[in-house]
Design a protein around this ligand. Structure first.
Ligand SMILES: CC(C)(COP(=O)(O)OP(=O)(O)OC[C@H]1O[C@@H](n2cnc3c(N)ncnc32)[C@H](O)[C@@H]1OP(=O)(O)O)[C@@H](O)C(=O)NCCC(=O)NCCS
Length: 182
């Protein structure tokens, strides 16, 4: 398990899937903003659910996020697009509505940085998020990510094109704090 100051990242348990599905996928607006694909109804027990983990997929590692105290499920976190040649990867996360705005998002990013840089030996982590997603932008910047560019009108979201911001963090810029393995 990977621990931060507020949250821990552990393996996906089967009983997490219906909760993540109901609170994240079935919220059409949040899912459309986060996923970058057209929303469609998917049954929670479907193999197509984005929360079903394929342990054989080498380029993607999915975690469930739990509260450090008590272990309540609060969301999902992913290191994806893992490129062992260029030693880079992307970060993604989504918290249940009741868990947002408590500093968990910033701490999840800290723990994913620990996983990417320390456990996996990567050199560069990247985040793409909608330009109006202030909470995601701040969660990234709090961990040292810098804005590297704006992808203009790159995301079709619920009837309009929105800009995305690309943020990056290099291992030598990273300040190791707020996370540990145990
Ligand atoms: C984006 C998300 C992961 C951020 O996590 P969070 O726990 O809500 O964020 P935090 O509480 O750690 O706050 C991080 C910063 O954002 C600010 N913030 C939080 N919610 C905010 C909001 N609704 N509006 C503006 N700022 C906000 C906080 O004040 C904090 O700023 P600071 O670092 O200057 O103090 C979470 O809100 C979420 O899951 N949203 C829905 C899914 C999503 O957008 N995922 C990302 C897709 S790329």
């Amino acid at each position: 398990m990977l621990k931060g100051s507020k949250v821990a990242l552990r393996a996906r348990h089967e009983e997490d899937i219906p909760i993540l599905h109901a609170e994240l996928h079935d919220d059409v607006v949040t899912a459309s903003r986060a996923v970058g694909r057209p929303w469609r109804p998917i049954a929670p027990d479907s193999k197509e659910s984005q929360f079903v983990v394929d342990d054989t997929a080498q380029g993607r590692v999915a975690f469930s996020v739990v509260e450090l105290d008590g272990g309540t499920l609060v969301g999902t976190a992913t290191l994806w697009g893992i490129d062992d040649h260029n030693r880079s990867a992307h970060i993604g996360l989504g918290l249940l509505p009741s868990a947002r705005g408590k500093g968990y998002g910033s701490n999840v990013v800290a723990v994913l940085c620990h996983y990417g840089f320390v456990v996996r030996g990567l050199r560069r982590l990247q985040i793409e998020t909608l330009a109006d997603n202030t909470a995601m932008l701040r969660s990234a910047e709090r961990n040292g990510f810098v804005r590297e560019g704006v992808l203009r009108s790159s995301a079709w979201v619920m009837g309009e094109f929105l800009d995305e911001v690309l943020l990056g963090l290099l291992v030598q810029e990273w300040k190791r704090e707020g996370s540990r393995s145990s």
